[in-house]
Design a protein around this ligand. Structure first.
Ligand code: DX5
Ligand code: ZN
Length: 218
């Protein structure tokens, strides 16, 4: 099987040094950079948007994996594409027209993802499978880093894996990923792990390298 992709979330980095943190975590072994965009409406927190992403785009060649926790998302998709996001993921719960949102992302030349909150059943992706490059399953309620892993979602990971079948769709897990929970989600079928607090704890590049290594080894 292919190697597990580790996507550190900058939500847990030092935002006053965002560009340097992205460079440091890229050097420390990150495969992708996970960008958590929050609007204070779909989720109870506010982070950053396209102008900030644009300022860090030239700091690394790594894939920018953009997780939009915003509603509506459609009016902003082009701005996130222009800012340099490679994968753009919308929440199924954030709008009534998931099929349209996914088509819009692909027509911008980007990879299209859908994210599901812990309580959302996997059946919502059944009729859009051929428009998807990635499914992002939340293992916490979105909005904050450092929350506890919700293990009920493991069953959903297995079901999504079965639904996806042979299609080239990544299955990504977000929330509470640590060296303890990582083996559970990879065994269930996930191939991309987002980790925020578990990667950025320690605050320096050597710590990030050790933290990523610990997740990878697990
Ligand atoms: C939560 C975000 C996650 C978060 C994960 O809304 O989507 O990406 O940063 O943080 P940890 O890994 O600390 O649970
Ligand atoms: Zn995220």
């Amino acid at each position: 099987t292919a190697k597990t992709i580790i996507a550190p979330s900058v939500l847990s980095c030092d935002f006053s040094r965002l560009g340097d943190e992205v460079e440091a975590v890229a050097r420390a072994g990150a495969d992708w950079i996970h960008l958590d965009v929050m609007d204070g409406h779909f989720v109870p927190n506010i982070t950053f948007g396209p102008p900030v992403i644009k300022t860090i785009r030239d700091r690394t060649d790594k894939v920018f994996d953009c997780h939009l926790m915003i509603a509506p998302a459609d009016p902003y998709l082009a701005a996130f594409a222009d800012a340099g996001c490679d994968i753009i993921t919308v929440h199924a719960e954030a709008g009534p027209h998931l099929d349209r949102s996914l088509q819009a992302i692909r027509s911008l030349g980007k990879k299209a993802g859908v994210s599901l909150n812990p309580s959302t059943p996997e059946s919502v992706i059944e009729y859009v499978l051929d428009r998807l490059d990635l499914v992002l399953l939340m293992t916490v309620n979105p909005g904050f880093g450092g929350q506890a892993f919700i293990s009920a979602v493991l069953d959903k990971v297995r079901r999504v894996k079965a639904l996806v079948g042979q299609r080239p769709i990544d299955i990504e897990i977000d929330g509470g990923v640590t060296p303890e929970t990582a083996p559970l989600v990879t065994a269930a079928g996930a191939n991309v792990l987002v980790a925020g607090s578990a990667v950025f704890k320690g605050g320096i590049e050597a710590a990030y390298r050790a933290n990523i290594g610990a997740i990878r080894q697990a």
